[in-house]
Design a binder for this molecule. Structure first.
Ligand code: HEM
Length: 197
């Protein structure tokens, strides 16, 4: 998520502004704050759309033969569901390769509860991720803190357009970069003082 934010400075600016405005002068981010961070939630969703943690979900098996999309699928067949491809299907997503959190503002009822079958970062049905509430809250809380306390930037000489966002394939994808691509600056005491003043 931080790599996408560094690649899209306009999104970084908007979400960081939201986080700092909501938290205000408090000494720490509290969970009630997170519930007011609507744009942060859109950023989390958009990141999970483009970079699902388990792109092929958990394998399924048919318990009976079925005809689907013109194909005859016998009973006892292992089914692999390509969530990664579904999340980039132009039939469902406008500009599918773009990192555009705003798309979840316009259609705010799209959620990852497993009812919207074109957005399944936590899967669906009986095999759906049981850790979803914990995973979402933890992600939102950690990212809100990273954005509240730190200003993020690329190392000197790097530009957002050159950030390589391709992923190395394995069950859980990793970014295709072996070097550390971000650095950050802690909010200086002066900035903190100004914010609190
Ligand atoms: C952002 C964080 C997380 C993401 C994106 C995620 C995503 C997923 C996905 C896509 C699946 C497969 C679902 C399916 O095939 O329908 C899954 C399964 C699972 N997840 Fe998560 N997960 C996250 C966090 C967690 C956490 C925090 C826990 C536990 C504390 C957890 C425990 C599990 C377990 C046990 C399964 C296997 C369920 C089964 O096969 O019956 N996950 N997760």
């Amino acid at each position: 998520m931080m790599a996408e934010l560094l690649k899209h400075p306009n999104v970084m600016k908007r979400v960081q502004q939201e986080v700092r405005t909501v938290v205000g002068n408090k000494s720490k981010v509290v969970i009630e704050d997170i519930n007011k961070m609507d744009y942060l939630k859109c950023v989390v969703k958009e990141t999970l759309r483009l970079h699902p943690a388990a792109p092929l979900l958990a394998p399924r098996r048919t318990s009976a033969s079925v005809k689907l999309g013109g194909y005859d699928i016998p009973s006892d067949t292992t089914i692999i569901i390509n969530g990664w491809a579904i999340h980039r299907d132009p039939k469902w997503w406008e500009n599918p390769e773009g990192f555009i959190p705003e798309r979840f503002e316009d259609s705010s009822n799209i959620d990852f509860q497993g009812q919207d079958f074109h957005f399944i970062p936590f899967g669906f049905g009986r095999r759906a991720c049981p850790g979803m509430p914990f995973g979402v809250v933890t992600t939102e809380y950690v990212v809100a803190n990273l954005l509240y306390w730190f200003d993020w930037k690329l190392p000197a000489g790097e530009i957002p357009e050159h950030l390589d966002m391709t992923e190395l394939y394995c069950h859980v994808p990793q970014e295709n970069t072996s070097s550390c691509y971000t650095s950050f600056e802690k909010l200086s005491e002066i900035q903190k003082f100004q914010k609190q003043g």
